[in-house]
Ligand binder design. Structure first.
Ligand SMILES: [Fe+2]
Ligand SMILES: [Fe+2]
Length: 335
């Protein structure tokens, strides 16, 4: 089969040792994540008391109101609405985020199954990816049930975007590494937003709070899997493929973060939010841009760590508006 092989030099022997060591550490992580999925998971129709009077959704409940620290919530236009309308706008936004989240996770599940379809026997990823697909199935039901209970005509991604998004499940056939960048591109901004909401010190509706807590707990495993997968695979890619991945990743991440964090068009139309207000709070506001940059911070650091960022690919990060230099001790963060 194969001809001559060179006598192993001490360097290659050592590299192989390191590979085996990191390979078995990687395998141990995947097995730990699989076990955790069995030990700690939730089912929406068993673990959420949807019909408990405390959990019913009233669109005029003041707990849906956007806080003053929110860019729209603090705007004089919003503050000038009636309390009922302020609550409705807040609920509309939460529900839209869940609808877009469940659409993204639908694409994600199909992609995971396309990835798992080709996995060889004995691969530890197979079991974990099935656990993840099942959990995402539960998330989809949980988010859709919430949307249904608002009674609002909530729409997800805009039509043309939704059409383009249909390519996502096929990405694993081209590059599994790019697929897991796409996964982080959706999961990290959602996680970022949900963690911020839970930490904002306000009284939340118990249904919203329960859904977010379940989601954050299970997503932590999904994010961990994607990160370990990329850490394990990317450094071993051929240089030309790694450069290509480095160029495409910031485009995917920049687009995904905007899809996840953009103001819902249907909400703007329904509540007749003036264009000047929308521009002020979502487009011109430096805080909005910071929010987008921050929501991909963890993935950006991972990309730097695994060798996807160099002088060339950094330009793409800048163009996409999601670049921020890692903060070194003792000097201010450069732009
Ligand atoms: Fe999820
Ligand atoms: Fe997930």
């Amino acid at each position: 089969m194969h001809a001559m092989t060179d006598a192993p030099s001490s360097t290659t022997a050592r590299e192989r040792d390191e590979q085996v060591a990191s390979g078995s550490a990687y395998r141990a992580v995947i097995e730990r994540l699989s076990k955790a999925s069995v030990d700690k998971h939730w089912e929406p129709y068993r673990d959420i008391p949807w019909d408990d009077p405390e959990f019913l959704v009233d669109p005029e409940d003041p707990r849906w109101e956007l806080p003053e620290v929110d860019r729209l919530g603090g705007h004089p236009w919003y503050r000038g609405r009636s309390p009922e309308e302020r609550a409705r706008i807040g609920l509309w936004r939460v529900a839209t985020a869940m609808k877009i989240g469940l659409q993204f996770e639908n694409l994600l599940k199909r992609g995971l199954l396309n990835y798992a379809y080709r996995l060889p026997n004995g691969s530890p990823e197979f079991r974990y990816v099935y656990h993840e697909t099942i959990e995402e199935g539960h998330h989809g039901m949980m988010f859709q049930e919430f949307v249904n209970r608002t009674g609002m005509p909530i729409r997800g991604m805009p039509g043309p975007l939704s059409m383009i998004a249909q390519v996502a499940p096929w990405i694993p056939l081209i590059s599994t590494e790019l697929f897991f960048i796409f996964v982080l591109g959706g999961e990290d901004p959602i996680d970022h937003v949900q963690r911020r909401v839970l930490k904002d010190g306000r009284a939340h509706h118990p249904l919203e709070e329960t859904i977010m807590r379940i989601h954050i707990a299970e997503e932590a495993r999904h994010i961990s899997f994607a990160r370990h997968y990329l850490r394990n695979r990317v450094p071993r890619m051929p240089a030309h493929r790694r450069l290509l991945l480095g160029l495409v990743s910031p485009v995917v991440l920049g687009v995904m973060a905007r899809i996840m964090l953009a103001p819902p068009g249907a909400m703007i139309r329904r509540f007749r939010i003036p264009a000047s207000v929308v521009a002020e709070v979502y487009l011109r506001d430096p805080g909005a841009r910071r929010n987008i940059r921050d929501s991909v911070a963890r993935t950006r650091e991972l990309c730097a760590e695994i060798g996807l960022i160099n002088a060339v690919t950094r330009r793409v990060w800048r163009i996409m508006g999601i670049w921020e230099a890692p903060r070194a001790a003792g000097r201010p963060a450069p732009r």
